[in-house]
Design a protein around this ligand. Sequence first.
Ligand code: 5GP
Ligand code: MG
Ligand code: MG
Length: 177
Amino acid sequence: MTAERRIRVLFDEAAIAGRNDEIAQAIAAAHLKDLLVVAILKGSFMFAADLLRTLHRAGLTPQVEFMQLSSYGLGTTSVGQVTMIKDIESDVRGRDVLLVDDILESGRTLAFAKDLLVARGARAVKCCVMLEKPRRRAVNIVPDYVGFPCPDVFVVGYGMDVGHSYRQLPFVGVIED
Ligand code: 5GP
Ligand code: MG
Ligand code: MG
């Protein structure tokens, strides 16, 4: 059992929903062809589910795949190496891919996924992240779509965990001790 801890809200449900609509409009305006959305598990599941519904409302008809990658253990610091736990099943050759992740920090997770899909022959690989920590990059990757810049703190909620808890929160927040 996880003890109840106080959580300070950084991005609430309304702010996230409004921003998701704006991102979907920007993605629709890019006229991606034969679009495949690849959500990076586990952290992006809630963002991806909401974004897909806004993409639908924006008139897009993407297919959806899931790739599970791990660079964090149970703690709050990256171990620096990305391992694949689950691969996608679709052939990406010639397709436009939109990678969706929860948060961009060192950039290793997204760079790993992007390099892999480019090597497999995707026509274009765009990156969409809910949150971006601007000063933490270890590899050179620039996201195409960003929900919000994130302060340099460990956040939870809206799919993001600490020790497997807090993913269910409908908002993004910081645990206050
Ligand atoms: P990167 O590979 O860019 O360093 O790390 C990206 C991954 O680390 C994210 O997909 C996310 O799973 C995890 N991560 C990075 N920062 C945070 C954070 O503040 N909170 C949580 N819960 N996960 C984070
Ligand atoms: Mg993640
Ligand atoms: Mg995690």
